[in-house]
Write a protein that binds this ligand. Sequence first.
Ligand code: KG4
Ligand code: ZN
Length: 348
Amino acid sequence: MSPPTAPVLGIESSCDETAAAILAPDGAILAEALLSQLAEHAPHGGVVPEIAARAHLSHLPAMVADVLARAGLRAADLGGVAATTGPGLIGGLIVGSSLGKGIALAARLPFVAVNHLEAHALSARLPGLAETPPDFPYLLLLVSGGHCQCVAVEAVGRYRRLGGTIDDAAGEAFDKVGKLLGLPWPGGPALERLAATGDPARFAFPRPLRGRPGCDFSFSGLKTAVAQRVATFPPGPLPLADAADIAAGFQAAVVDCLTDRLAHAFALMPPATPLVVAGGVAANQAVRAALASLAARHRARLLAPPLRLCTDNAVMVAWAGIERLRLGLSDPLDTPPRPRWPLESLSA
Ligand code: KG4
Ligand code: ZN
């Protein structure tokens, strides 16, 4: 198959963001749309899979029609369709990948079954984001509500997992601690704001796995330590100043864990290997600043895509599709959605 010479449609529906985007073959964004389901899930304190699947089903068809119209295209003008096919919540994956396959079938287009983690991994290579996109190999730190892993990105389709969380994801820890502090879900953004007014040194929280070999992460002991500290206060809402000190102490511990584990990852890579960070936790300014100084110590570049491309979106899915189509890779229409789909099992 030849590389795409026409725009590619990307569809994302693996969790609680419904998104569609159309990219020119060179990666220029022609149209994009994104609908967050935050408001629908917030009353439940987390993502409810059935609500997510129904919301994707309600919104995706019109959203795809909308991005096509805004790009001034019909499906037949496209060069391919890329849809997130895993890992993620099965209901949403079925909705998005089936729609993508249907469009590909009707318009006789190549279909790319995109691995959501690969889409995050390749997003930093989107032209125009950095002066020069990172060459392979580079390090990827993926830190979101559902994922927390450190990966050596060696080529499109070639990934070496250096480490991952052995319990909670970093974003999950932010969300659980946010709940302990009485913050609205998802806890990360509110906790960061609260931490800004707190004293990170007042409470000494543990740094699980720090100093241990390897690149694995662990956050559940840290969350438990916070829960125990919260329990020492009288029942009822915590005084704001105490909550702020706990938030600051927790955030400092997370930052220390991330940088300690990543220092080990740098040691496994050639000198000055670039570091790419993606996922919702990459929005955190303390995390970004610590990663920037860690990268500087290794004379490496830190690439943190803008927030809207760090969190779930369809631009990165279309881009992963383009990267694969350029290599002549596409997938059969009977490719099943995969709730579990480790990056390392991919091939190019
Ligand atoms: O990538 P994302 O939007 O969705 C997935 O989890 O796939 O990441 C959401 C996660 C949530 O756990 C949220 O609390 C966390 O990212 N997050 C943050 C911040 N903004 C979002 N964590 C820490 N600080 C933030 N500013
Ligand atoms: Zn994601």
